[in-house]
Write a protein that binds this ligand. Structure first.
Ligand code: ADP
Length: 292
């Protein structure tokens, strides 16, 4: 079975249980002055207010240390907010974390799973944790592995996978219960450009065909531009600008330093909205981009 046919099969299974699919547009996620101060006094997030509509892809863009992981961690119930409020799929993350967890997928690298487990074991475990019966979890894992073109990796131990493959396995595992909302923390960090392009394509198909709301963090301008309907630029724990990639770029004066008449990039947007050059703002962002 090809990846495309596997995706069709997945969509068929998902359709009847897709919450909100026939409802009018509503907010899937609402942040109201959401804040986090860690126990050591670090003010990682200083009060962020934003909304993400159902079906929207929203990118939280910013340099290392801006507060992106802390923010998405709070939305995914992994980090406890110390101020404000976040409502995900209609439930307050601080009050009803279990209800939130049922409706979200969270792809991240540190899952705490034994690295000697295989890719398919990780996926079946995720499915069982989400309440799928064993047989259903095994069937779903097989289909998702085909969707992600990972069938040949199903019996490999997680510890033996390359960074890019591991990221795809993490995404596949986060989709086991076909959640209406998906969180991705730096999804393509460390991937080579080819794997990254493939990952973007797969994500776009999944998102469109499963009508998922996606929130991702990235310090990669291209990623934000390519995948997101809207972007929030975060700097120093605050939302400093928000809009479609096009709107963020069009608010920037033309770039006299360029010889060819090309439009501003999201990198220019970052400089414009934060007053700092993007590479200088992160501690190792530039190195990571060069290594990719
Ligand atoms: P980003 O994802 O944008 O790189 P983070 O949310 O990881 O930013 O971090 C924001 C700030 O919070 C940084 O100064 C970071 O060092 C700090 N931080 C992150 N996690 C913790 C923690 N568990 N305890 C204390 N400080 C933390």
């Amino acid at each position: 079975m090809t990846a495309a046919r596997a995706l069709d099969e997945l969509v068929r299974t998902a359709s009847p249980r897709r919450p909100g699919a026939s409802r009018p547009a509503h907010d899937a996620i609402v942040l109201d002055d959401l804040a986090k101060t860690y126990a050591d006094g670090t003010e990682a997030v200083k009060g962020i207010t934003l909304r993400v509509a159902a079906g929207e892809a929203y990118g939280i863009l910013g340099p290392n240390g801006a507060g992106k992981s802390t923010t998405i961690g709070m939305l995914g119930t992994l980090v406890k907010p110390t101020g404000g409020r976040a409502v995900v799929a209609g439930f307050d993350v601080a009050v009803k974390p279990t209800e939130v967890r049922r409706r979200i997928g969270f792809a991240m690298q540190q899952t705490g799973v034994d690295e000697f487990a295989t890719a398919s074991e990780l996926m079946v475990l995720q499915g069982r944790l989400q309440g799928l019966a064993k047989r259903a979890a095994m069937g779903r894992a097989a289909v998702l592995l085909r969707v992600m073109e990972l069938e040949h990796m199903s019996g490999r131990r997680l510890a033996a996978l390359s960074g890019g493959t591991r990221r795809r396995v993490d995404l596949a595992a986060s989709l086991m219960h076909l959640p209406p909302i998906l969180f991705l923390d730096e999804p393509t960090e460390g991937m080579d450009p080819r794997s990254r392009a493939g990952f973007w394509d797969t994500l776009e198909h999944l998102r469109r065909d499963l009508a998922m709301t996606v929130v991702l963090t990235t310090h990669d301008m291209d990623e934000g531009d390519r995948l997101c309907d809207r972007i929030g630029i975060v700097d120093g724990g605050l939302l400093v600008a928000e809009g479609t990639p096009g709107a963020l770029k069009s608010a920037i004066p033309s770039q006299p330093r360029r010889v060819a008449p090309v439009g501003p990039t999201l990198e220019d947007a970052y400089l414009h909205y934060t007053g700092r050059a993007f590479a200088a703002a992160g501690d190792d962002g530039e190195d990571e981009r060069r290594a990719a």
